[in-house]
Design a protein around this ligand. Structure first.
Ligand code: PSU
Ligand code: MN
Length: 304
């Protein structure tokens, strides 16, 4: 029988030995950033994780195999082929694997691989107007059912952040602000909405993750980590560009799985790459926090 799921020896050994592992998604590589910055960033992220004595596990579907722990060649392929790689959320997994294709996993697709701690830039959520269109990312339902802690910089205001938070509450997903009471909005530290809980240390966050497991609850948690102040963009500037991107998507009738990549690309072009630098820096920042959380989780498990 064909093997659809592969965990690299390095990742598998780390998990067995209770060493910290941090998962990474691949839609951000193929659909979230342009080449070659996407590959450079993905490799730098892996280096940051290794420098923190953790093991990186980039997740993607390579030749029909859901791979946990992609090597450099796979990352290069995902970055070079870009949008030609299928954006793979939960519903796409059986199709992309059985057809032996390449797939870049979204937050939902990556969570499905089941690594405890996962770092990314921003999650998908309830799009503006989703009260009518029902365009709500499968990321939110995955957070309801899969036990993975996702570290991100909030959600871009291409989404309706208020609705996104309501959807998370309905799904039983706690939103934890790292050293903040404010829900961040990706490029900016604040969105105007509050988080459910503030926590000031990785240990506190790791304790909550373990408590959730001990209570035998299904589902994950969302840890939101604001972009460092020096890389934050001016709110009015970025909001104006996001509004323009959304107007263009409306005019062109773009929807479904194309909508998020279209908006990300448009915003990058409208801001002449300024948003890309912020995007890269906030990913680094999230990865560093995810390493701390993964390490604390291992320590707490040893103490049990
Ligand atoms: N938001 C970003 N950057 C991204 C994405 C979202 O700021 O790269 C990607 C993530 O992979 C996320 C996916 O899981 O888009 C959500 O897509 P959709 O809304 O189609 O579920
Ligand atoms: Mn959607």
């Amino acid at each position: 029988m064909k093997k659809y799921f592969y965990v690299s020896p390095e990742v598998s050994r780390a998990i067995q030995q209770n060493k910290p592992v941090v998962a990474l998604e691949s839609t951000i590589i193929s659909h979230g950033m342009p080449y070659p910055q996407n590959v450079e960033t993905a490799l730098q992220v892996e280096q940051i994780i290794r420098n923190a004595n953790c093991v990186p596990a980039t997740v993607a579907i390579i030749n029909g195999v859901l791979t946990v722990g992609c090597d450099e060649r796979a990352i290069e392929l995902l970055g070079k082929q870009g949008p030609a790689v299928i954006k793979a959320s939960r519903r796409d997994l059986p199709i992309v694997t059985s057809a032996s294709l390449n797939g870049a996993t979204t937050v939902a697709g990556t969570m499905y691989a089941g690594v405890d701690v996962f770092a990314t830039g921003g999650i998908g959520g309830a799009h503006r107007g989703s009260e009518k269109t029902m365009d709500i990312s499968a990321d939110l339902d995955e957070l309801q059912q899969t036990d993975v802690a996702v570290v991100c910089a909030g959600a871009k205001s291409i989404l309706d952040i208020g609705l996104t938070l309501e959807c998370l509450e309905t799904r039983g997903v706690p939103v934890i602000g790292y050293k903040t009471e404010d829900m961040p909005a990706f490029y900016t530290q604040k969105s105007g909405y509050k988080v459910d809980y503030r926590m000031d240390s990785a240990r506190e966050i790791a304790s909550a993750i373990l408590a959730r497991k001990q209570l035998q609850m299904t589902g994950g948690m969302l840890i939101v980590n604001p972009i460092p102040a020096e890389y934050a963009l001016d709110k009015q500037y970025i909001d104006a560009n996001i509004d323009e991107a959304i107007r263009e998507a409306d005019t062109l009738g773009i929807g479904g799985k194309q909508l998020t990549p279209f908006l990300l690309d448009k915003i990058q072009k409208l801001t002449a790459g300024q948003s890309l630098e912020s995007n890269i820096q906030l990913v680094f920042n999230n990865v560093r926090l995810a390493c701390e959380i993964a390490a604390e989780l291992c320590l707490l498990r040893n103490e049990q």
